[in-house]
Design a binder for this molecule. Structure first.
Ligand SMILES: *Cc1c(COP(=O)(O)O)cnc(C)c1O
Length: 470
């Protein structure tokens, strides 16, 4: 393909994207294909001879699109939205074409310096104090892994990377049962081991960690000769929005000299609104925290903002400097690959720059506030509807509920049937979760272009389909 052909197709694709995004509401949100449909439509062997883009693109529409679950559908109320606001898509387009590798300052100074500035813009946007500096990771999972490796090395007096873990007393890490599975994986990969991830009991409406129980768990491990090393807290857990009392938990963690990491992958975006910051009071004292601008804030995936109070610890843990990676004669520059597990890095800061400038914090705040208000209104309507039960209260724009008509027997089965029927219907998309062994339905609003009418349509669909299956 030459670059003139590229430009012609680029224009066509841009028009296609406009049409797609303007009409995506008319499509079923969740893909309606069966397992194997797409696989079977794809030739089993690669082409020997060049094929025309017209053919490739026609196949893309015919084979691929039916198997897409439309994450940018305004009635995508499942999981947490991974938004892709228009200006961030444009930034990604430029990045895809320029394709710089941003591992070192010298491999694209603009990427590094833009990242430094954007992380500070985000810090200010979230109301974090000046002491925090940050790096953009590919995912919250990577940030959490980096934090766990750091707390491991700190607890081992920086000897784990060279000597391994054998011969040391067991390192202990504390979290509640509500944290994301990325925490478990980080514990596995770091060699700490699942048995040393201590699940601290939760209490209260927010399903947050009980600080007294955290204190007791640390003391008991200390007494048993184990090595308490860190605590991982969550603000806005995936299932129900579980939120640990950050202030009280950090009191305990710091009293015992533990490293602390806060996972606010979803809820962190909401902190651009000062009125939501009470959900993470005390955050100023965390050692590390992560939030995903690629979720609620609107930046195209991937983009995870990782803030640190002492980046020196992270760099000490992860920096590796063979001769070819040294930046000679450029003292004082940042090489962000020393802050993350992968070496290669995409230029992710550009889409933050485009996004924040296009909407301003004001425009982004308005969206998030609307989502929270509309989700709250839906919650109120469902709470007042006979046969429905609210299971967990709204945490920002997320709440859980279930259908529980009088006399119904197997509520788990009934609610699974309801979710499946709703998703087969296609007008909205919801997922289920488990709370204390009960199957419940999650609702969250956060798509960049969702409207009040979209959220209210969820009420009509849920009650209509519940009426049909009950
Ligand atoms: C989405 C999410 C994650 C995982 O994020 P990735 O960027 O996909 O790794 C972790 N924790 C919470 C609370 C999340 O919502």
């Amino acid at each position: 393909m030459n670059w003139d052909e590229f430009a012609a197709w680029g224009h066509r694709f841009t028009d296609w994207v406009r049409d797609y995004r303007q009409t995506v509401r008319d499509r079923p949100v969740r893909a309606q294909t069966r397992p194997g449909d797409i696989l079977n439509a794809l030739p089993t062997a690669p082409p020997d001879r060049p094929q025309d883009m017209r053919e490739i693109f026609a196949d893309f529409e015919r084979i691929v699109m039916p198997g897409i679950t439309h994450w940018q559908h305004p009635r995508f109320f499942a999981y947490f939205n991974a938004n892709a606001a228009a200006p961030s898509v444009l930034a990604e387009f430029l990045i895809a074409a320029i394709a710089p590798q941003c591992m070192l300052w010298q491999t694209s100074p603009a990427a590094t310096e833009m990242e430094t500035r954007m992380m500070d813009w985000l810090r200010q946007s979230l109301g974090l104090p000046e002491g925090f500096t940050g790096v953009i990771q590919d995912s919250a999972s990577s940030a959490t892994l980096a934090a766990v490796l750091t707390l491991r090395e700190r607890a081992l007096n920086w000897t784990g990377n060279s000597r391994g873990l054998a011969g040391n007393s067991r390192i202990r890490v504390y979290c509640s049962a509500e944290v994301h599975t990325s925490v478990d994986r980080a514990i596995w990969v770091s060699g700490i081991g699942q048995e040393n991830l201590v699940r601290v009991p939760i209490k209260g409406d927010w399903r947050g960690m009980d600080p007294a129980a955290l204190d007791a768990a640390i003391r008991s491990d200390d007494a048993a000769g184990l090595t308490p090393a860190g605590v991982i807290l969550c603000v806005g857990g995936t299932g129900t929005g579980a939120t640990d009392p950050i202030d009280a938990c950090l009191d305990v963690a710091q009293r015992h000299g533990l490293y602390s990491h806060v996972d606010a992958a979803w809820a962190g975006s909401a902190m651009i609104c000062p009125e939501f910051r009470s959900y993470w009071t005390g955050i100023d004292r965390a050692d590390s925290l992560v939030f995903n601008p690629h979720k609620w804030l609107g930046a195209q995936f991937d983009c995870a903002a990782h803030f640190l109070r002492n980046p020196e610890d992270l760099v000490r843990c992860l920096a590796i400097r063979p001769e070819y990676l040294k930046t000679h004669g450029q003292d004082g520059v940042v090489d962000y690959s020393e802050w993350s597990v992968p070496l290669g890095r995409r230029f992710r800061a550009l889409k933050i720059w485009f996004l924040l400038r296009t909407y301003g914090l004001q425009g982004l705040r308005e969206r998030l506030r609307d989502h929270v208000a509309w989700s709250g209104a839906l919650h109120d309507r469902l709470a007042a509807t006979p046969g429905f039960q609210i299971v967990t209260p709204p945490m920002l724009s997320l709440f859980t509920f279930r259908l529980a008509p009088e006399g119904a027997e197997d509520l788990d089965q009934l609610n699974q049937r309801l979710v499946d029927a709703i998703n087969d219907d296609g007008r909205i998309y919801l997922t289920q979760t488990r709370i204390d062994d009960a199957l419940v339905i999650r609702f969250q609003a956060g798509q960049f272009e969702t409207t009040e009418a979209d959220v209210m349509m969820a009420y009509d669909v849920i009650t209509e389909i519940a009426g049909q299956i009950a």
